[in-house]
Design a protein around this ligand. Structure first.
Ligand code: NAD
Length: 490
């Protein structure tokens, strides 16, 4: 069994307490590794190392092109070790290997993209009154605390680390305690690629023992958090004591809207992929499928037939389309929502644990892809984030009904609209209150374009140029061009 350590100030270290946490394979429940069960003392060491790297050792002053080159080296390292990283991601998270390979590839893309952007950070010259000139300088925010969830363990972490390093920030990263392994493996490479000591630190442990102390630490300038809305609220409150910059990527209950004129074959696949990808453990899962009346029954029937063909199994098996959920907690939570759904709506397919699992996977956290239909948008399964393979199908009549139902949610992360009418597509895009809207697709998230929510799905953006801005402060420099006295005494 692998035993990992924290990575603090360029060294591998156990938790100060010596305690460890078990890490499991959710397809079998077998313990596959241990990581430090760290606490406030470990967080403090990491933050102090990051502070020194930022304040004294010259990381922010390192020429941007040299920082960029380090990021390119990390991207290369990811490509070189992609096979192993993807296998580790699947073994620890449960997702199908092909999806893990996509995630690892995106982590590499992320370092390449921000490596290139490092040399393009620039301010502006502004027109101001009087004989003066104003400049803006973009400067790194400082020490960033980064807290990530378990659904895209490597990608969520690296879409925070890459822009932070490009900007000249130092970081302290906390992986999710359920899924730390891909980050720990990549950390070996980050060390090898020449990131100076103290610039990048990883502290493992629980939210209460590591996450909260990181948020409260006065040496941290910014917290980037991805996770549940519930924890996001706690973080926002705690961060206010030291007025930290905060970016929050939270939950969703995203509408996937199908107009009657959508391409029918594309629609079936788009609806299933939109919600069953990654076992439905996707913040932007299209968990509310809104279907226009003329195709409602036909699309529902077609989705049910295709859902029966979805192959469930261990993520490493080549034909698996859906792996296990990540943990016992998540498994219990999803099954309890399915029971709620059975009382609130009609069950079309799924609704429990799959049969015929391989013997070694009988104890794994597998749940069938499940479709409820004739769902009222006020039902709990349509309002609350389930974060599992559960689709709620909701009928609608007119275009304005689709937008009203779609927007009737506290969340605003993502939405998708399927139609062959460009006018209707663009009107709908404009009327939806969400940070990402796809037209005739759902889920692509290229690293070059921003990602983030409206409403209670959070604020701030990751990826794209906006993701870099989150790690930059703007300094205004006012330059007087007049060498005469100011004239205050007159
Ligand atoms: P979570 O909020 O339970 O945990 C996320 C991270 O926060 C973990 O590292 C956890 O250890 C830590 N944490 C927990 N309690 C904490 C506390 N009190 N203080 C500080 N840190 C704490 O979320 P999860 O269950 O790991 O992930 C699922 C959630 O993440 C879903 O709600 C999902 O929608 C959301 N998510 C959002 C996005 C997005 O981009 N908007 C992406 C992925 C996941």
């Amino acid at each position: 069994m692998q035993v990992y350590k924290n990575y603090i100030d360029g060294e591998w270290a156990d938790a100060a307490s010596g305690k460890t946490l078990d890490v499991i394979n959710p397809a079998t429940r077998e313990v596959i590794a241990r990581v430090p069960d760290s606490g406030p003392a470990d967080v403090d060491r990491a933050v102090k190392a990051a502070r020194r790297a930022f304040d004294q050792d010259g990381w922010p002053q390192t020429p941007a092109r040299d920082r960029g080159r380090i990021l390119f080296r990390i991207a290369e390292y990811i490509r070189r070790t992609a096979g192993r990283l993807a296998e580790i991601e699947t073994t620890n998270n449960g997702k199908p290997l092909a999806e893990a390979q996509g995630d690892v590839s995106d982590a590499g893309n992320c370092f390449e993209y921000y490596g290139g952007l490092a040399t393009k950070i620039h301010g502006d010259v502004l027109t101001v009154p009087d004989n003066a000139m104003a400049l803006t300088l973009k400067e790194p925010v400082g020490v960033a605390g980064q807290i990530v969830p378990w659904n895209y363990p490597l990608m969520m972490a690296m879409q925070k680390v890459a822009p932070a390093l490009a900007a000249g920030c130092a970081c302290v990263l906390k992986p999710a305690s359920q899924t730390p392994l891909s980050v720990m493996e990549l950390t070996k490479g980050i060390e090898e690629c020449g990131v100076p000591r103290g610039v990048f630190n990883v502290v493992n442990g629980t939210g209460g023992n590591v996450g909260m102390p990181l948020v409260a630490h006065p040496g941290v300038d910014k917290i980037a958090f991805t996770g549940s809305s519930e924890v996001g609220r706690l973080i926002m409150r705690e961060a206010s004591a030291t007025v930290k910059r905060v970016s929050l990527e939270l939950g969703g209950k995203s509408p996937n809207i199908f107009f009657a004129d959508a391409d029918f074959e594309q629609a079936i696949e788009g609806a299933l992929f939109g919600v069953f990808l990654n076992q439905g453990e996707v913040c932007s899962a299209g968990s509310r499928v809104l279907v226009q009346e003329p195709i409602y029954r036909k699309l529902l029937d077609a989705m049910v037939e295709k859902t029966k063909e979805i192959k469930i199994g261990p993520g490493l098996a080549p034909d698996t389309k859906m792996g296990p959920l990540v943990s016992q907690d998540q498994y219990d939570k999803v099954l309890s929502y399915i029971e709620i759904g059975k009382k609130e709506a009609k069950l079309a397919v799924g609704g429990g644990r799959p049969k015929d699992l391989p013997k070694e996977n009988e104890r794994g956290f597998f749940v069938e892809p499940t479709i409820f239909y004739d769902v009222d948008n006020r039902a709990r399964i349509a309002r609350e984030e389930i974060f599992g393979p559960v689709m709620s199908v909701i009928p609608f009549d007119k275009e304005e009904d689709a937008c009203r139902i779609a927007n009737d949610t506290p969340f605003g992360l993502a939405a998708a609209v399927w139609t062959r009418d460009i006018f209707k597509a663009l009107r709908t895009v404009r009327n939806l209150r969400a940070g990402i809207v796809w037209v005739n697709h759902m889920q692509p998230a290229p690293v070059e374009a921003p990602w983030g929510g409206y409403k209670q799905s959070g604020f701030g953006r990751e990826l794209g140029p906006h993701g870099l801005d989150e790690y930059l402060e703007v300094k205004h420099v006012y330059i007087n061009l007049d060498d005469r006295p100011i004239g205050w005494y007159k």
